[in-house]
Design a protein around this ligand. Structure first.
Ligand code: PAF
Length: 294
């Protein structure tokens, strides 16, 4: 596996692959790779000729300096795991490589950011859209692979691809969970033992909301209330950041009552980690799944 720091070298590599008729599958990450990332690499292997991944902790998507400074990193381990997973080239740029003129030019996202993580992390998705626009220009992927744990990010990246006419197909990949149901995340290592035991209730609360929908409930507020009540009963250490039910990928309530494809999403704050999770489904297509794939 090639380790590449320079954007120009990265572009040269992919253009060479393309000139040989190969399709480029790209998995952008912020590193500290886990099973969730490995499942994206695997999907990329199955559906693209040449897999490229990036590890870059993007400063512009962190509102909280402390969160940015403490974001877990282990580049050596990341490189080993990516190599074992068949990644052909790992792009490891430095901040100056991606932001040569700082934030002189950035991307602003105007839809889908007033809810969920966009509401509690103002500017976050502008940072994500900015870095992905840069990475897409450098890596020139034919296909990109995103995990549905960050379902709002998936919806926003789909809009970005459409808005800027990128010729890229986005694969929505299912959430990968620990055996007890906790969604895999690089942030899980920042939980202490007690918090880790409790964190499993994040997904259990969402399942309660899902069962309510499966049993026929279509009132947005009642579903939100049921999940919120579950958290109030079960979470002693974590503080609810948000619980919401929306149509997906619209990220709003399309009708007064829930119908069609939806997301139940929640975020919970622990001392050193903010966890997010969701389930998606479709009222027209029961029983429902816990993560889509296209
Ligand atoms: O999901 C992430 O890890 C990041 O938001 C991404 C897509 C790599 C952009 O920095």
């Amino acid at each position: 596996m090639l380790l590449i720091q320079s954007p120009a070298e990265m572009t040269r590599f992919v253009l060479k692959q393309k000139s040989r008729g190969k399709t480029i599958g790209f998995v952008p990450t912020m590193g500290f790779l886990h099973e969730g990332h490995l499942s994206l690499f695997q999907k990329a292997q199955e559906t693209s000729d040449c897999v490229v991944a990036s590890v870059f902790v993007n400063p512009t998507q962190f509102g909280d300096r402390d969160d940015y400074m403490h974001y877990p990193q282990d580049t050596e381990r990341d490189a080993r795991l990516a190599g074992e997973a068949g990644v052909a080239a790992l792009f490891l740029p430095k901040e100056q490589d991606i932001y040569p003129n700082g934030t002189a030019v950035t991307v602003k996202v105007n839809a889908g950011t007033d809810v969920l993580c966009g509401k509690s992390r103002p500017g976050h998705f502008d940072g994500v859209a900015t870095v992905l626009t840069k990475l897409f220009h450098i890596v020139r992927p034919d296909r990109v692979y995103f995990g549905m744990k960050d379902a709002q990010q998936v919806a926003i990246v789909e809009n970005l691809i459409k808005a800027f006419h990128f010729s890229i197909h986005l694969f929505r990949c299912p959430i990968v969970r620990e055996p007890d149901g906790l969604a895999r995340s690089s942030r899980n290592v920042r939980l202490n033992d007690e918090e880790r035991r409790e964190a499993v209730d994040l997904s259990r609360g969402l399942q309660q909301g899902l069962h309510l929908i499966q049993s026929g409930e279509r009132d947005f507020e009642k579903i939100i209330e049921s999940v919120t009540d579950y958290y109030h009963t079960h979470l002693k250490l974590g503080k609810i950041d948000y619980v919401d039910v929306l149509n997906y990928p619209e990220l709003r309530r399309v009708h007064k009552r829930l119908s069609g494809s939806f997301i139940i999403a929640a975020a919970v704050k622990y001392k050193h980690a903010r966890l997010i999770d969701n389930v998606t489904g479709d009222t027209e297509n029961m029983p429902l799944s816990t993560g889509n794939q296209s």
